[in-house]
Design a protein around this ligand. Structure first.
Ligand code: 5GP
Ligand code: ZN
Length: 119
């Protein structure tokens, strides 16, 4: 059994509020949302960071980004034509970025005005 939280969600061992799924990706609501929409998008296979994933399987990172955009459309944050009203896709990588779960995940954030730069 893996001790990776997100691998265990993929395996169905820990419940997840799934909003989108493809053969190789899963998207579920963050347990501690920082915006009206806060969804995490992951590859089902374990890779620690986006940088490691793009080195190992670039097509899979593209599928994660495509799934994130599909979630944004589904949540009313974008259309096929335009990023309106808009959303943010964030990959925290490493300790200074605050990464706490070491299975790559894109945060899809939206539904309110987002400040830049983030804290
Ligand atoms: P990171 O800080 O690694 O970029 O993001 C990890 C995210 O995972 C955080 O936003 C945190 O709220 C979320 N998270 C941690 N544990 C769980 C959990 O058990 N379920 C869900 N849905 N999200 C979680
Ligand atoms: Zn994992």
């Amino acid at each position: 059994m893996t001790d990776c939280l997100f691998c265990r969600m993929v395996a169905g061992e820990i419940p997840a509020d799934v909003v989108h799924e493809t053969e190789r990706t899963l998207a579920f609501r963050d347990i501690n949302p920082q915006a009206p929409t806060h969804v995490l998008v992951i590859p089902k296979d374990h890779h620690a960071t986006a940088g490691l994933l793009v080195g190992a399987e670039p097509q899979l990172l593209a599928e994660v980004v495509a799934a994130a955009h599909a979630v944004a459309v589904q949540e009313g944050l974008a259309t096929a034509e335009a990023p309106e009203p808009g959303y943010r896709l964030v990959f925290n990588s490493g300790p200074q970025a605050g990464q706490t779960v070491h299975h790559v995940h894109g945060h899809v954030l939206g539904g309110r005005d987002l400040t830049w730069p983030p804290g």
